[in-house]
Design a protein around this ligand. Structure first.
Ligand code: PRX
Length: 647
């Protein structure tokens, strides 16, 4: 694979040299206390910390950073910039409709966040309360998150594409009685019925015993939505009834900042809990060095605020660093496949950060959508969310970046708070498809399935052997699940769930999940969740779901479905199953392929052998392996035959 060496002009503007990277990295793992005592000071503390690292992965799992320091995250993201940069743009919002944009300065952000914090307070919201946020990509989403941080409430953002059921589950799990939403969202010219979904979710949660007492609603489209007297209130009205300032609450470093639900290999999505001090240090330092951010630059992370990428790299990292962060309401191919590059030209964007799935889709649309734009403001590109194939990487590099801009392929997870493995621009030589080398303080290790540590150029399961400040602290309300999920497979190590190769230069190449999580267009789906949605359909007896390679999405959702006796395997039924899953979870969980299966391959103890199902879905019939332990080996022949006939 070709290597793209650091260019002289990249090296000249880099924040640090390659030698400094090596030296800093060494210090960060040999003397984490010293390293993080120094870098922990990059954010403002109300009371400085005296303790730095207090973490253990075994026998007990306990993670604390800067534990005796106090701070307020919103004050770090807003107030501390007011004097120097009060009139600088904090949020540059680009609407779904290309004719709409808004600029919110740090001073305006301050006023809006204070007012929203005061509205929440007027409804009795206080420290530690959980506030659910179900919003489109509008600046008010940022106001809502920062307003929670200001008063010490814990936000739980639920992606606007999730169904009422999924929203209800998250409201129940977080025991949240406050919801912030909008009348409707707008994406690609289409309306998303957020308040309608929210009303349904509130009803479902209410039946399960979780009452939502306050719904703060933002008017986005002006669509006609219901209004529950006493419960609902409009932001544009409420904001006029409260003060324009609100003192930030003094929070402990280990006080929770947010919960974000994410899919795992088993059960319901879990509430990943991040705390205040370590998370903000991590968000800020990674954003600074990975994007080589300089004051005055326009930075754009084209993710949704409903995912961790939006939390860390649209909101907290850039704002902690006083950046101008672009927030985009729309989608890459609306009005046409030129949109992103038009936005780059319109706002003179310097740094863009996006998912490989979007890059692949835009590559498929043809170069002319890119080359018809200038993009001369761009100087840095980034990707996140899934492995990027070298072909898409090279297209991004050559066509979008005109071979001028280094690419940072950033590997991380909801659980990790921010990036773990990444090149640094002007420092690290690049290899298309590799996330390259660990960030400061991150110690990757590859192990085999028995847990034996693998050295040198090799492939294995990716673990991280010691804590870093941005690491999640627990699963909300279920610490045992946290320990079981991440620290029990390989005792004393954090297991990422990813497979990985390390090459002769020590570069890391993430190969994808090795557990029952699939990564669809950079979104995480638990196969168990899709299965449980399928079996709740009245025609279904049993279902098994696996991922398979998909040209655009990275992985697609492949469902094997066994029907109840008497049900006919028709195309109509397939459509009904797809609609059912979309209804239960949301459109992002839409099955790509459904194969009706008279039986599923099971061991004699009744365990479904997914390895075999994965191979069949991948059309890799030669590599089915040993099927002799199956209760009924003929099931496999039948599945293969059906797959080959594409029935
Ligand atoms: O499989 C890895 C993949 O995305 C998973 C994490 O998903 P999520 O928690 O939704 O967070 C996505 C945004 C950080 C990982 O376990 N992944 C993420 N980034 C990369 C990646 N795979 C390869 N290369 C990446 N750069």
């Amino acid at each position: 694979m070709e290597k793209i060496a650091v260019k002289e002009e990249w090296r000249q503007r880099a924040l640090i040299t390659a030698e400094e990277y090596q030296a800093w990295y060494r210090r960060s793992v040999e003397d984490p206390d010293g390293f993080w005592a120094e870098h922990g000071k990059r954010i403002d503390w109300m009371k400085p910390f005296t303790k730095v690292k207090n973490t253990s992965f075994a026998p007990d799992v306990s993670i604390k950073w800067f534990e005796d320091g106090t701070l307020n995250v919103s004050a770090n993201c807003i107030d501390r910039h007011l004097e120097e940069r009060g009139d600088a743009v904090a949020i540059l919002w680009e609407g779904d409709n290309p004719a709409e944009s808004r600029k919110i300065t740090y001073r305006e952000l301050h006023e809006n966040v204070c007012r929203m914090a005061n509205v929440l307070k007027s409804r009795g919201v206080k420290r530690g309360d959980r506030v659910t946020i179900y919003m489109p990509m509008i600046p008010e989403s940022a106001f809502a998150m920062l307003a929670c941080a200001r008063i010490g409430a814990i936000h739980s953002v639920v992606f606007g594409g999730f169904s009422p059921d999924s929203l209800a589950n998250r409201i129940e799990d977080a025991r949240s009685s406050v919801l912030i939403t909008a009348d409707e969202g707008l994406r690609g010219g289409r309306k998303v019925p957020l308040k309608k979904n929210a009303d349904k979710a509130i009803e479902i949660a209410g039946k399960a015993g979780q009452k939502v007492e306050t719904v703060l609603m933002i008017r986005r489209t002006g669509g006609d939505v219901g209004f529950a007297e006493g419960r609902d209130l409009w932001w544009h009205e409420a904001r006029e009834t409260v003060e324009a300032t609100c003192a930030p609450e003094e929070m402990g470093a280990e006080d929770p900042l947010f919960i974000l639900y994410t899919s795992g290999s088993t059960g319901k999505p879990k509430g990943v809990l991040h705390t205040s001090g370590g998370y903000l240090v991590w968000a800020s330092i990674t954003h600074h060095y990975i994007f080589d951010y300089r004051p005055g630059e326009i930075y754009w992370c084209a993710a949704d605020i409903g995912w961790v990428t939006g939390h860390t790299y649209i909101l907290y990292g850039p704002l902690a660093n006083g950046a101008t962060t672009v927030m985009f309401e729309g989608i890459p191919n609306y009005p046409d496949a030129s949109r992103l590059w038009q936005v780059v030209d319109k706002h003179k964007v310097n740094i863009i950060y996006m998912a490989p799935t979007a890059i692949r889709a835009l590559m498929g649309a043809g170069d002319s959508f890119v080359t018809s734009t200038s993009r001369e403001s761009l100087r840095q590109l980034g990707t996140v969310g899934e492995p990027i194939n070298p072909e898409a990487w090279l297209w991004y590099y050559r066509v979008v970046g005109d071979e001028r801009c280094p690419i940072v392929d950033t590997y991380w997870q909801t659980e990790t708070g921010g990036t773990l493995i990444t090149p640094l621009p002007g420092v690290t030589d690049l290899k298309p498809g590799s996330a390259t080398l660990p960030f400061f303080g991150v110690q990757p290790q590859l192990v085999d399935s028995e847990g034996t540590v693998l050295e040198g150029a090799t492939s294995g399961n990716l673990c991280i052997v010691d804590s870093w400040p941005g690491q999640m602290r627990t699963v909300y309300g279920d610490h045992e699940r946290f320990v079981q999920t991440y620290f029990s497979t390989y005792k004393g190590k954090y297991f990422t769930g990813d497979g990985c190769r390390r090459d002769e230069d020590g570069y890391y190449w993430i190969t994808g999940r090795v557990d029952d999580v699939i990564n669809v267009s950079g979104h995480r789906m638990g196969t168990a969740e899709v299965e449980s949605a399928l079996v709740s359909h009245p025609a279904v007896a049993e279902a098994a779901v696996v991922g398979y390679p998909h040209d655009l999405k990275g992985q697609g959702i492949y469902c094997y479905v066994t029907l109840l006796d008497g049900e006919e395997p028709t195309d109509e039924l397939k459509k009904s199953l797809i609609a059912h899953v979309r209804e239960e979870i949301g459109p992002i969980a839409s099955p790509d392929k459904i194969q009706f299966a008279p039986g599923l391959p099971k061991t004699r103890s009744g365990k479904i052998m997914r390895r075999i199902l994965r191979k069949i879905a991948e059309d890799d019939f030669g590599a089915l392996g040993d099927t002799s332990t199956l209760a009924d080996p003929t099931v496999v022949e039948d599945l293969v035959e059906h797959r080959q006939n594409r029935r």
